[in-house]
Design a protein around this ligand. Sequence first.
Ligand SMILES: C[S@@+](CC[C@H](N)C(=O)[O-])C[C@H]1O[C@@H](n2cnc3c(N)ncnc32)[C@H](O)[C@@H]1O
Length: 212
Amino acid sequence: MFDAIAPRYDVMNKAMTFGLDSYWRRRALGLARLRPGGRVLDLACGTGDFARLLAGRPMSPIGLDYSAGMLAAAQAGSAPLCQADAARLPFADGTFDGVVSGFALRNFSDLEATFAELGRILRPGGRVALLDVAEPRLPVVRQLHGLWFNTVVPRLGVFSSDPQAYGYLPRSVAYLPAPRELLELLERAGITSTRHHLLSAGVVQVLTGTRR
Ligand SMILES: C[S@@+](CC[C@H](N)C(=O)[O-])C[C@H]1O[C@@H](n2cnc3c(N)ncnc32)[C@H](O)[C@@H]1O
């Protein structure tokens, strides 16, 4: 699916989020509190937005994604890219000072295995920031968001390279476990001091933590 939507992924992202996706990634990077000079993995990097942001800072980013199509469309600045499965990362233990990920949690078929890999490849003290969509709690925002996300966005899919794919979005949000469960999964993977942050009236969430 991601191979198919890759050519117009960035344009669709901007349209669906009114361009807020870049702001959310920058906020997530702030919450990550990454050490300058650190080696940082952009997990499920897609077209490389996080990797590019990191490459513009004093950091050593690497982008990783499963989809060859997304990697081919990626503009990740100077960051090297690699194709692999998030649940079986091709890196030695303790390789990274940080891991960031944008809008990918909903797509991991095995969250537990993926988080276990994060715990493995991070050095002790390494930081995690995982950004994804959320379901807002405030009733008015929830209603408007539901209308946009469940009704309008799937229809906007006709402008993408695979109209079916955008019908999958609402289902993928329903798949995502509740915040408490996500934090517990992270803790089980050796990530401590976990926190759950809501941005923009709760339409997106960021999970942060530190490798024990
Ligand atoms: C919605 S896109 C997000 C892309 C990018 N991180 C962003 O912020 O726009 C989700 C990405 O997750 C990738 N993905 C899904 N499952 C994966 C897995 N098991 N391993 C690596 N990447 C995966 C997809 O190929 C896709 O590029």
